[in-house]
Write a protein that binds this ligand. Structure first.
Ligand code: PLP
Length: 428
């Protein structure tokens, strides 16, 4: 349960100046009852802490590092592009190439605007949907994370038709009241809500495959239902693909499921590890944005040349035959080994995996939404997490997170990981 002495010292110092010692809460390791290690460097599938311990990493900076850490194609690009300047605040050619790539790869996106984080993307998409429909209510699903803007920090109250309670202090109740929270995968609750209030609803925002409360998959027909009900009532459907976009394939979940949302949000993978976000979709909706339309949205660093170039370099790699197909192959190798291991150990579990994303649950029940995720035995997860970390496997420090495999992982890395899992499972 202990990190090295240099990490401990840094964390103690950090806590005196940074709230909780971290710049984003999950990094504090509170969910697993410990303290974080501090990173010195990372390369490929490996991350090395300030005390010199190296781990095989299954977080990849929470999604962006799909090629692994510090791939030469990205670091070289950043070096080269930076020589010509790091920010201009006026258009640069990389923005056009990025827009071309996104609109080519994701058919539902006719126009796209770049921003600096996933939070900005979802916040702006919500504002745009409200501006376009001239309605105020939005619908989100319990357990779906869309960043930390006021309207979206509402997740409590899985009961259908309950008005949202803010999930954070500082969010006015009046704001939260415009956000309706429903359980994911409950088509009936959604139909009932729209039959009552459909004409007042601006949009549904959904993590198409929820990946911030474990990794949950839609039941057959559920995502189609979201499409048809929004169309029927003149609301917009917003796919938050900040996590899944450009990770599960060229067109994310909407490509896998052959769906056409009105708006989509991106981030993480498209920035190649630099801060980025994007939202886009129907041209008639996007044209409501300033300077063409009345919905205001802006950003000093939006379309930043380094972020655009790094993202483009990453997407170019993914577009090769050694890209998504290879990620799928690695994911399947890991899944097959892990299923066999869990069965051999006789441990009740569920494993959700699509491409390079996976989540292991220490419970043998169907996982339909966050309520099911919360039924897990968290003590088991904690023991498992620390036993793995001790042996050099870095999983997300929370039972609510998805694991990520990168193109830098090898079959040998995955097999080594499974052998550590095997030992760790014996200790729980
Ligand atoms: C990470 C994430 C966000 C927020 O993105 P940030 O860049 O952290 O602001 C929003 N939605 C989803 C689905 C995410 O996974």
């Amino acid at each position: 349960m202990h990190t090295g002495p240099i990490s401990q010292k840094l964390f103690a110092t950090a806590k005196t100046m940074i709230p909780g010692g971290v710049n984003s809460p999950v990094r504090a390791f509170r969910n697993v009852g410990g303290e974080p290690f501090f990173v010195r460097r990372a390369k490929g599938s490996r991350i090395t802490d300030v005390d010199g311990k190296t781990y095989i990493d299954y977080i990849g900076s929470w999604g962006p590092n799909i090629l692994g850490h510090a791939p030469a194609v990205i670091t070289n690009t950043i070096h080269e592009v930076a020589k010509d300047g790091v920010s201009f605040g006026i258009p640069n050619p990389y923005e056009v190439e990025m827009a071309r790539t996104i609109t080519d790869w994701v058919p539902s996106v006719e126009k796209v605007r770049m921003c600096n984080s996933g939070t900005e993307a979802t916040m702006s998409a919500i504002r745009l949907a409200r501006g376009f429909t001239k309605r105020d209510l939005i619908v989100k699903f319990d357990g779906c994370y869309h960043g930390h803007s006021d309207s979206l920090l509402v997740a409590a109250g899985s009961g259908a038709l309950t008005h949202g309670e803010p999930d954070s202090a500082g969010v006015p109740k009046d704001f939260a009241q415009n956000t309706i929270v429903l359980p994911y995968n409950d088509a009936e609750a959604l139909t009932a809500l729209f039959e009552e209030k459909g004409e007042l609803i601006a949009a549904i925002i959904v993590e198409s495959y929820p990946a911030n409360a474990g990794f949950v998959l839609p039941q057959p027909g559920y995502l189609d239902h979201l499409t048809s009900i929004t169309r029927k009532f003149g609301a917009l459907l917003i796919f938050d693909e900040v996590m899944t976009g450009f990770r599960l394939g060229k067109a994310g979940v909407q490509g896998l499921e052959n769906l056409t949302p009105d708006l989509s949000c991106f981030g993480k993978v498209i920035g190649g590890g630099l801060p980025v976000g994007a939202f886009g979709g129907r041209a008639d909706v996007m044209d409501m944005l300033a300077p063409d339309g009345p919905v205001y949205q802006a950003g000093t660093l939006s379309g930043n040349p380094l972020a655009m170039a790094a993202g483009l370099a990453q997407l170019k790699e993914l577009n090769k035959p050694s890209g998504y197909a290879r990620l799928d192959q690695l994911g399947l190798h890991f899944e097959t080994g892990l299923r066999a291991l869990m069965t051999e150990k006789g441990i009740p579990h569920r494993l959700n995996r699509v491409g390079s994303m996976f989540c292991l649950y220490f419970i043998d029940e169907e996982i339909r939404n966050v309520t099911d995720v919360l039924k897990q035995d968290f003590e088991i997860f904690n023991k498992f997490f620390w036993a793995c970390l001790d042996k050099g496997i870095y999983l997300a420090p929370s039972p609510y997170e998805t694991g990520f495999i990168s193109l830098a992982h090898t079959e040998a890395d995955l097999d080594d990981t499974l052998s550590v899992f095997s030992d760790a499972l014996s200790t729980i």
